[in-house]
Design a protein. Sequence first.
Length: 333
Amino acid sequence: MSIRVEHLTKRFNSFTAVDDVSFTVESGQLVALLGPSGSGKSTILRMIAGLESPDQGHVYITGDQATHQSVQKRNVGFVFQHYALFKHMTVFENIAFGLRVRGRPRREVKQRVGRLLELVQLQAFAKRYPSQMSGGQRQRVALARALAPEPRVLLLDEPFGALDAQVRVELRNWLRKLHEEVHVTSVFVTHDQEEALEVSDVLVILNKGRIEQVGSPRDVYERPASPFVMSFIGPVNRLRAEKGESPDRMIRPTEIDIRRSDGDGPTTAELAGRVEQVRFLGATVKLEIILADGQVLQVHVSRDRFAQLQLQKGDWVSVEPKETRVFREDYSI
């Protein structure tokens, strides 16, 4: 049950929302479309679903030309950010709706809905109405409803965007486990980098309507194809190049080692700086280091490493980058 999009382009008046986008979602994969607001990710999803028509390009679902098919003929499940549940229907009735529209026998509907309620862990909520449930529970109902007619593919448009941070974490773990059980080919739109890294098999990184990079979460994080990708997937520092040297070096806060200086001023190390801020975030400690030339670096160390260093604001340290990346003008590394 694969999805293939070829050279998709979509314009809204003079604005090009999607510009010549091509990628493939293999059968059983969960692929995240990741990018900032306005990058075209939701428009691409809606073109796959048939809710928008491309100005150019094609959509194939399981090898079939679907570009001009109706939404109904594509047989896709769609999960929206704000649930879109029927308020006057119980949880059971919401999940059963798509099956009843298709004229499925009553016994089959009951069995299928019962199985889905078990799958989303809401067996005890079958007779409740959406207003009687939390946001996370309602989103699980929306997922069950989308899965009920056994769609060829599942499309999720920022499904956790309306939920608070803790519920988002719980639901994305649950979604990953659900996907491993049902193995439905899925495309997941999000602007949350951590969410995409944790949930997806493959990331499609979008910027201004175009693809910047396609790859596994590890590949994209460790081998970014452009400065945009590196800065968008996780925090990053830029070390200014000296006059006549290569372009700026880019380095992640976790890829910097620091050592305490015994003195009260700059060390003889290549880079030296002063601790300006210390922020404790559970297992990680974030440090802001002001280099001798005025540049500001963010450095992340483990709580154990910070305890060894015994640093406080005003202390001087030597800074040792473990790995830096330099991008040429053509954006290759």
